[in-house]
Design a protein around this ligand. Structure first.
Ligand code: ADP
Ligand code: FRU
Length: 300
């Protein structure tokens, strides 16, 4: 078991499942609705928790009615929330998600008015207890300060950063991380039409970091030094729900690397895990033993 801290968001996800995706200005009826906790960092932690790691979350919540659902879910996944900053004003970040039952796609409209997790809160955390830190690349200035601080306080503590969206100056984070997770959306926003093109273009800015880039049903690519690695996707027998597939992939990479595996093995494992997630609703009950009977032993 490794001790893993993730810094990022927890959200309330309002998920409407529809038979087919509506056209603009349509009015349609949802087949079903469910409310659950979401958010990239906490999604990855719930998967890591199932992979038998001790997980910790640092993020911001608002003290309002919906916070209960989020806190209960984190508690049910044994995620430690001691570093959470709870504000008296504001609303928990909320995502309104249209889940298309015909192809598993998820279309997200996200609303937030809470500030991001601040550097001065991060400075209060004792980093010596962790084996891995994972950041969402959101507030670039504060995330950079946290990465620099982490490298000063705990130089051997591996740090990963998820780069999901284009944000001003986000490149300053790349060289401070040991692993950078790029998304297809980020690659496309940079004008790339495939993952290797993005990875090769970013390498110069990333120091010695290991890089990955997911590409939906085409699987994922990684760059370790000069070596480009690819894993195909592992489509489930029935495509149910792709919400959180990228967060599951990130958890799979972190799990394999923290267990001392190479990037090629990690990539393959993460795609299998993400593929399994696409065959079910939500992130609970991922059966790793069913697809990976002999998982790698932990080395930390
Ligand atoms: P995100 O959830 O961030 O949009 P992606 O859609 O790129 O992320 O998916 C992340 C990973 O999930 C992919 O690299 C792939 O391994 C897996 N995945 C996504 N969509 C599918 C699919 N339709 N079938 C099988 N695996 C998938
Ligand atoms: C899925 C997800 C949702 C959340 C949204 C935030 O990756 O984390 O759970 O609402 O993305 O951007």
């Amino acid at each position: 078991m490794a001790h893993i801290l993730a810094i990022g968001i927890a959200t309330l996800d309002v998920i409407n499942s529809v038979k087919v995706y509506p056209a603009e200005d349509d009015e349609i009826r949802a087949v079903s609705q469910r409310l659950c906790r979401g958010g990239n960092a906490t999604n990855s932690l719930t998967v890591l928790s199932q992979l038998e790691h001790q997980c910790y979350w640092a993020g911001v919540l608002a003290d309002e009615a919906n916070v209960c659902r989020i806190e209960t879910d984190l508690k049910n996944h044994q995620i430690n929330t001691a570093a959470v900053l709870k504000l008296t004003e504001g609303k928990v970040p909320t995502s309104y998600i249209t889940h298309n039952l015909s192809n598993g796609s998820r279309t997200i409209v996200h609303f937030r008015d809470l500030p991001e997790y601040p550097f001065n809160e991060f400075q209060k955390i004792d980093l010596s207890q962790f084996d891995w830190l994972h950041f969402e690349g959101r507030n670039v200035v504060a995330t950079r300060q946290m990465l620099v601080w982490a490298k000063q306080q705990a130089p051997n503590l591996p740090c990963s950063v998820e780069i999901e969206k284009q944000r001003d100056d986000i490149e300053v984070l790349f060289e401070l991380a040991d692993v950078v997770f790029f998304s297809k959306a980020f690659a496309q926003a940079q004008g790339h039409t495939n993952a290797p093109s993005l990875l090769n273009a970013q390498q110069a800015q990333c120091g010695n970091a290991k890089l990955t880039c997911t590409w939906g049903e085409s699987g994922a690519w990684a760059l370790d030094g000069k070596q480009v690695l690819h894993s195909p996707a592992f489509p489930p027998s029935q495509l149910i729900d792709t919400l959180g597939a990228g967060d599951t992939f990130n958890a799979g990479i972190i799990d394999a690397l923290v267990r001392g595996q190479g990037l090629g093995t990690a990539l393959h494992f993460a795609c299998r895990l993400a593929g399994q997630k696409c065959g079910q609703q939500g992130l609970d009950g991922l059966r790793m033993d069913a697809i990976y009977p002999k998982r790698f032993k932990i080395r930390c």
